[in-house]
Design a protein around this ligand. Structure first.
Ligand code: BES
Ligand code: MN
Ligand code: MN
Length: 457
């Protein structure tokens, strides 16, 4: 009986009927600047949690704010029938800062431009969150016998520092059979993919102080140390900036190269270098072969320099020797690498080559190796096929989601991914956007997924 109701046609018409409501709800959330990195936005982060709770209440669900040491979690749900299976959908409601000069409109004003939705958080990750929410509404309306829960985080974009503690504290009420995360990107439009792995992350900052204030480079230059050049030289010993090859001894020791089977999947994923460059508006790239690009983004660890602080940055040149400098660096890690080991290697190297440089460690995230077989994985594949009429490949993801491994460890269940964002939506970029094709298809995919899972033996 349920199967009769959840036809493609009925779900598509549900989505079409709900479009204006979906847009209104997404607008409310996007217009709250829940920037977790900015302490001045604490009030907005709290307001976002409250808005999320009222979203559930408006649509016949229940929700509560769960406190943690840091920003709260939102737990929302439809259904509390102990005889039914429980699925939890994870998304994050915090967003990246939006001060890039290239924004053509206010990042926290939700703009509807035909089928495109613009604003910070529209695709990362409020749009997919609200999409999954409407997928649940569709499933509930059709009477799908499943407890559908939602766990929305407000610290994902700063590495989930309070998530583990929060989960431990509220573990009992968050008991679930499986988790589905909607916070990843497809290969490109029309080519769904779901990750069988995520990269981890370990950030660190290098600082050096060699004087008290700016000095005339004609007066002291040649004899005085220069902290900017020293840090640049040090980084150059750890990393070949042209090829991306990490020179730090032992860095690649634990890396497990992708299996032949995985590589085969990547080759058939429909990825092209041309589309990749177009989606991200890249002007140049280190390698051209598609499989080489994918190996680098999905299968290999990296070291990136994100920022150099110090010296004069105004117009023209000030020929001073700066007294202090900082370099901001992070490494993306692949499964089997250990963030602590990476940090230990960096520290040992710095100690040997530049003993008075200080290494400041940032929060680390473990890499994640996912599941590609079994009924939950099959249900993801089936949902994409049903909703988007396209096969879904198991790929990997170059990005990191701190909560994923923590949820598996603390809640003791498996995590799967039903992502809806596209590379061209511009994660973290100015003019971030989302669109109705992904949203409406996503609602259908989620509803189908919930229905499939409700039938599991
Ligand atoms: N949604 C992304 C994770 C992601 C990125 C998935 C790229 C797939 C492809 C998430 O919101 C994110 O940006 N994570 C950060 C975490 C960091 C700030 C601790 C990341 O990967 O840099
Ligand atoms: Mn995200
Ligand atoms: Mn993000």
């Amino acid at each position: 009986m349920i199967a009769d109701q959840l036809t493609l046609e009925s779900l598509q018409s549900f989505a079409a009927d709900q479009r204006a409501t979906f847009e209104r709800e997404l607008k409310t959330l996007v217009e709250i600047p829940s920037v977790s990195a900015d302490p001045a936005r604490k009030g907005d982060v709290r307001r976002c949690a409250e808005a999320a709770v009222s979203l559930f209440e408006r649509h016949g669900g229940k929700a509560e704010i769960l406190e943690t040491e840091g920003n709260p979690l939102i737990h929302g749900w439809f259904g509390e029938d102990a005889s039914q299976r429980t699925i939890t959908v994870y998304n994050h409601m915090d967003v990246q800062p939006a001060n890039e000069p290239e924004w053509v409109a206010d990042p926290f004003t939700f703009v509807i431009d035909g089928d495109t939705y613009k604003g910070r958080g529209s695709t990362d990750d409020k749009g997919p969150a609200v999409t999954a929410f409407f997928g649940a509404l569709a499933a509930k309306k059709a009477g799908v016998p499943l407890n559908i829960h939602f766990l929305w985080e407000l610290e994902e974009e700063i590495g989930s520092p309070s998530f583990e503690g929060g989960l431990m504290r509220h573990k009992d009420r968050l008991k679930t059979d499986a988790i589905v995360v909607s916070d990843t990107v497809w290969i490109t439009r029309g080519k769904p993919s779901t990750p069988a792995g995520l990269r981890g992350l370990q950030g660190f900052r290098l600082t050096l102080e060699t004087a008290d204030h700016d000095l005339h480079s004609g007066v002291v230059g040649g004899a005085a140390r220069n902290p900017l050049s020293e840090l640049i030289t040090l980084v150059g010993k750890m990393l070949d900036g042209n090829t991306g090859q990490v020179l730090l001894p032992g860095f690649y020791d634990e890396v497990i190269p992708p299996s032949a089977e995985e590589l085969e999947g990547w080759k058939n994923s429909g990825f092209t270098t041309e589309q990749f460059m177009k989606d991200h508006m890249l002007k140049g790239i280190r390698v051209q072969e598609p499989i080489e690009v994918l190996k680098r983004v999905w299968g290999q660890p990296t070291m990136e320099v994100h920022g150099v602080v110090g010296g004069y940055t105004g117009p023209g040149i000030k020929s001073a020797v700066a007294p202090r400098a900082e370099v901001k660096v992070s490494c993306r890690l692949v499964p089997a690498m250990d963030s602590h080991k990476v940090l230990a290697r960096v520290k040992a190297f710095v100690k040997q080559h530049a003993p008075d440089v200080e290494v400041h460690e940032e929060h680390g995230l473990a890499a994640f190796k996912g599941h590609v077989t079994g009924q939950y994985a099959e249900a993801i594949r089936a949902a994409y096929k049903f909703a988007f009429n396209a096969p879904c490949t198991f790929t990997r993801e170059g990005g990191s989601i701190g909560a994923v491994k923590t949820m598996e460890d603390v809640l003791g269940c498996e995590v799967y991914f039903l992502g809806l964002s596209l590379p061209s939506h511009g994660y973290h970029a100015p003019n971030e956007n989302y669109d109705w094709e992904q949203a409406s298809g996503g609602m259908v995919a989620f509803a189908h997924y919930f229905e499939t899972v409700s039938r599991f033996k």
